[in-house]
Design a protein around this ligand. Structure first.
Ligand SMILES: [Ca+2]
Length: 85
C-alpha cells in the first residue's frame, strides 16, 4: 500500500475512534477533539483557550463540529509542519 494511502487510512481510523464517542459519528465535537489531542498528540494538548483556537481553526464551515474533510486538512497541515511526508 502506498505511503499516503496508509496515512489516510490511519487518519480515518483515528477520526472514527474519537468521532464515535458521542451521538454523531461523522464529526468531532470539541470534547472529542480534546480527547484526541490528549491521547494521540500530547504535544498539542494545551489549555482550554488553545483548544478553542484549534477547534475554531479546524471548523472551516463554522457548524460547531469538525468533519472528516476538515480533520484531514488539519492533519495535512500538521504533516507539512512536521515534514512527515
Ligand atoms: Ca465543521
Amino acid at each position: 500500500m502506498a505511503m499516503l494511502e496508509k496515512q489516510l487510512k490511519l487518519l480515518k481510523t483515528t477520526f472514527d475512534k474519537y468521532a464515535g464517542k458521542d451521538g454523531d459519528k461523522d464529526s468531532l465535537s470539541k470534547a472529542e477533539l480534546a480527547d484526541l489531542f490528549h491521547v494521540e498528540i500530547p504535544e498539542m494538548d494545551g489549555d482550554k483557550q488553545q483548544l478553542d483556537q484549534f477547534f475554531a481553526g479546524l471548523d472551516g464551515d463554522k457548524d460547531g463540529k469538525v468533519s472528516f474533510p476538515e480533520f484531514v486538512q488539519f492533519a495535512a497541515t500538521l504533516m507539512l509542519l512536521y515534514n512527515a511526508f
